[in-house]
Design a protein around this ligand. Structure first.
Ligand code: HEC
Length: 361
C-alpha cells in the first residue's frame, strides 16, 4: 500500500474512521517501458511520439481496512502491510514509521491499458457496489438535499450533497486505534462518468454479462466475489489522435467523458474533469511534454483549471483550421494568472497548495 492520499487530494476516511490506502500495480511490459524512460535524463532520450506497447497495463487500487469483527463477504479481501499513521501536529496526517498487517478489502480499481490504435490507453474504472450513492440527476453537487436515505460504505444515510465529497483541511488521529476524524461522506457525481444513454446501456449490459458469465461458471478462473464490482465507465480518444504536448486531454475524451472513481478521485469529481484532466502529454516536474506516460501527469484539477478547460474546449471549437494548440494553451495560462494564481516554482502554472499530499514522483 503506497499512500493514503488521493492524487492531488487528501485522504479519504471511511465510516469506521480508518484511512483508505492506495496501491499501484503494473504488468511487466508497462513496468519495462516505465523503467526505460524513468527520470528526466532517460525521459529526455524518448522521442515525442514514443508510446507504451499494445498490452501495457497499469492498475491503481483503493483498499479499506476490514474491522476486526467484520466479515467482508461482498468484497475481495487480502492481507497487506500498512503504514500506521499519526498526527503531524499541524492538523495533517503522517506515517508513524511503524507498520502493521491488516485485512483489507478492495473498494475501487483503475484498469488502464494500451490496445491497438489507442496509444492514449483505454481508461477504465471499477467500484465495489456498496461504496457510495449516485448523485440523483438534477441535484446540484453542492445542494442541501440528502443524497440517499441508505447507508453505504462511504456514506451515512441522509447526509446532504453539500456535506459530502468535502476534503477536510485538518484531521485528528487517535494513534492507538488508528481512527481519524472527520469521516468523509462520498457520493458518485456521475453514475457512468457522464456517458451518453447509448453508452450507459453498453456499460450496463457489460456488467450484467460479466455477472452472468462468472455466475454461470464459464469464466472459472475469476473469483465470484468480483460480481460485486461494477464497471463505472471507460474513456479513450478517437483512434490515433494522441499528440505530444497537450496539458489537458479532457475535451478530447470519448466514452465516459467525465470519468472518476468515487473512492479514488473523491474530491476531483465533476463536469469537465476526467482521467484526461490530469493524465496528459503536457510537461511535468522536470519532464518535457511528450507522450502520455506516468511521468507526465503532474497537473492539478482545481476549479480554476476546470473552468479554464471548459473555456479552452470552446476556443478549440472556434479555432481556425491549421493553428496549433500552443496559443490556446498560452491564453489558458493567462486565464489562470488572471484568476489570482501564482507560477509554480517547478515551471508549471497552477495553484500552489499547502496540502502535504502533492505527490509528483
Ligand atoms: C486529480 C488528478 C487526477 C485524476 C482526475 C486522475 N488521476 Fe490517475 N493519477 C494522478 C496522479 C498524480 C497519479 C500518480 C500517483 C498518485 O499521486 O496517486 C495517478 C496515478 C494513476 C495510476 C497509476 C499509474 C501512474 O500513472 O502512476 C492509474 C492507473 C491512474 N492514475 C488511473 C486514473 C484513471 C482511470 C482516472 C480516471 C477515472 C484517473 N487516474 C484520474 C492524477 C489523477
Amino acid at each position: 500500500m503506497e499512500s493514503i492520499n488521493q492524487a492531488f487530494g487528501g485522504p479519504l476516511i471511511d465510516q469506521n474512521g480508518r484511512a483508505v490506502y492506495y496501491a499501484i500495480h503494473m504488468d511487466p511490459s508497462y513496468f519495462a517501458t516505465t523503467q526505460e524512460y524513468y527520470g528526466p535524463t532517460n525521459y529526455e532520450k524518448a522521442s515525442p511520439t514514443t508510446t507504451y506497447p499494445v498490452g501495457a497495463t497499469v492498475f491503481k487500487s483503493a483498499w479499506r481496512i476490514v474491522q476486526p469483527n467484520e466479515i467482508a463477504v461482498k468484497a475481495y479481501t487480502t492481507s497487506a502491510t500498512i503504514d500506521l499513521l499519526k498526527s503531524n501536529g499541524m492538523g495533517g496526517i503522517e506515517k508513524s514509521g511503524d507498520t502493521a498487517t491488516a485485512t483489507v478489502a478492495l473498494v475501487g480499481v483503475h484498469v488502464v491499458g494500451v490496445v491497438q490504435d489507442h496509444p492514449e490507453f483505454i481508461w477504465g474504472t471499477f467500484e465495489q457496489v456498496e461504496n457510495a450513492p449516485d448523485l440523483p440527476p438534477l441535484v446540484p453537487p453542492t445542494s442541501e438535499t440528502s443524497v440517499s436515505p441508505q447507508n453505504f460504505t462511504f456514506y451515512k444515510a441522509e447526509t446532504t450533497a453539500a456535506q459530502s465529497n468535502q476534503q477536510a483541511s485538518t484531521f485528528t488521529v487517535d494513534q492507538a486505534s488508528q481512527t481519524i476524524a472527520p469521516i468523509t461522506n462520498v457520493f458518485r457525481q456521475f453514475a457512468f462518468g457522464n456517458a451518453t444513454p447509448d453508452r450507459v446501456s453498453d456499460i450496463d449490459s457489460t456488467n450484467k454479462l460479466f455477472r452472468q458469465m462468472i455466475g454461470g461458471g464459464s469464466v472459472k478462473k475469476i473469483d465470484q466475489v468480483f460480481s460485486n464490482y461494477n464497471l463505472i465507465g471507460s474513456l479513450w480518444m478517437l483512434p490515433n489522435t494522441l499528440e505530444p504536448n497537450f496539458d489537458n486531454l479532457q475535451p478530447n475524451g470519448v466514452g465516459s467523458v467525465d470519468l472518476a472513481n468515487s473512492v479514488l478521485e473523491t474530491y476531483a469529481q465533476g463536469a469537465g474533469t476526467s482521467c484526461f484532466s490530469c493524465h496528459t502529454t503536457g510537461k511535468g516536474d522536470n519532464y518535457p511534454g511528450k507522450d502520455v506516460t506516468s511521468a507526465t501527469r503532474c497537473w492539478a484539477a482545481s476549479p480554476e483549471r476546470t473552468r479554464c478547460a471548459a473555456g479552452r474546449a470552446e476556443r478549440q471549437r472556434r479555432r481556425p483550421k491549421g493553428r496549433r494548440f500552443t496559443d490556446v494553451r498560452a491564453s489558458c495560462r493567462g486565464d489562470e494568472r488572471a484568476a489570482g494564481q501564482t507560477a509554480d516554482p517547478r515551471g508549471r502554472t497552477g495553484p500552489i497548495r499547502p496540502s502535504p499530499s502533492r505527490h509528483c514522483s
